[in-house]
Design a protein around this ligand. Structure first.
Ligand SMILES: [Fe+2]
Length: 234
């Protein structure tokens, strides 16, 4: 059997280099030998696929997973998922995970001396609708320290995982907030050398989805491949 047509590989300049020495973990992770080209096969271009039966319809709202509301600033996060031709990608699974408002993850390896929030787990998921649109309700995550270098602090961010239409278009990345003063100092954000590509990781304040007396809206559109692709996390 001949192999099915594969998806296009990342457009040059849209993705971070494997090696970015200021991000210390990339020194160990980066391949030291030339990459081996692996053609896409049926399993990478045809699945997985998702429908409403595979998701919890309430999982888009991270502020309603416990008895009380989490502490912090409530935000509404939405956007569209697009392919390289600007077409919407419907029914794709989006998962997010994040620190709480104090900058602490509910995870055993997170030992940051900041309080956990009994009303916030920090994980959610949803499917895009027929127009490739998604929406989450959550709280704005806090900045947190990490041990990459002396006095290293991550800017506020939300982790995203998307499958797109198949494994070959899987995207795992981090979304940032506009105007964050830590962005110029963050080795993870700065792994992508190209300014335009890197800035596609920053969400925009969105008056369309901001709700009076309730929550600010932020917009984060995601492009899975092509010249306008959203960079992966390295
Ligand atoms: Fe993080």
């Amino acid at each position: 059997m001949t192999n099915p047509a594969g998806y296009r590989r990342p457009w040059p300049g849209t993705q971070p280099n494997h090696l970015h020495p200021p991000y210390v973990a990339s020194i160990k992770r980066a391949p030291s030998k030339p990459l081996v080209y692996l053609p896409h096969t049926l399993s990478e271009v045809t699945g997985p696929t998702f429908d409403s039966s595979t998701v919890d319809v309430k999982a888009f709202d991270l502020t309603r997973q416990h008895h009380g509301e989490p502490l912090g600033e409530r935000i509404i996060l939405s956007g569209r998922v697009l392919d390289e031709n600007g077409r919407s990608v419907p029914n794709t699974l989006i998962e997010i995970w994040q620190a709480n408002a104090a900058g602490r993850y509910l995870h055993k390896v997170d030992q940051h001396n900041a309080p956990l929030d009994p009303n916030f787990t920090g994980c959610g998921h949803t499917l895009t609708d027929a127009n490739g649109q998604y929406r989450f309700i959550t709280i704005r995550p806090g900045e947190y320290p990490w041990k990459n270098h002396y006095n290293a602090w991550r800017p506020a961010h939300i982790h995203f995982s998307l499958f797109g239409s198949a494994f070959a278009t899987r995207l795992v990345t981090q979304m940032y907030f506009p105007g964050d003063p830590l962005l110029p100092y963050d080795p993870v954000f700065n792994c992508t050398a190209d300014d335009k590509a890197r800035n596609r990781l920053i969400s925009q304040l969105d008056w369309e989805t901001t709700q009076p007396e309730h929550a600010l809206g932020y917009r984060f559109d995601i492009v899975l491949s092509g010249r306008q692709a959203t960079p992966l996390e390295k």
